[in-house]
Design a protein around this ligand. Sequence first.
Ligand code: PRP
Length: 176
Amino acid sequence: MKPAGSVLISELEIQRRVAEMGAQISEDYKGRSLAVVGILKGSFIFIADLIRHIDSSIPVEVEFITVNSYGSGTASSGELRMDRNIEISLDGKDVLLVEDIVDSGLTLQGVRDLLKTQKTRSVRIAALIEKKSKRRYPLTLDYTGFHIPDVFVVGYGLDLDQQYRNLKEIHILNAQ
Ligand code: PRP
């Protein structure tokens, strides 16, 4: 199934930027170890690519949390549903939260609040895409792949009603 929309970010652009982000993370965490926490489902492709660009000298463990704010449709419901919690202890660890897209910031805010119950050494955030115009929850992103305008995008992990996650590029989904 192809979305009725144009390509906003090509496969090559994504791959180049993800490699740059991995190199930057490798530089920043040199000599340390890292607990990477991916926010499912949308981040699964990004996280798979990103961690393979983190230098092999850095011990990396990976954990996932599942939260959902959209339900089905193109607008956030404004409520967060937590379906899978973090199962490992993050106490004393340097944590990198990985998100595919930051829209209102609700999801990240909720996950950050959850992490406050753990005595992490540090928490940083990496997001592939940021939509600044829609932000309602103030959050600083430490690593951002792309800034995009207020358009609904699918592909490279991002969905509409669970479809399109397998596309290699980021597409703008036109209103039908
Ligand atoms: C999407 C996306 C982010 C979140 C961003 O997830 O993957 O996690 O919304 O929006 P926010 O900044 O307004 O919270 P969604 O709820 O669609 O679930 P999914 O990752 O399973 O697709």
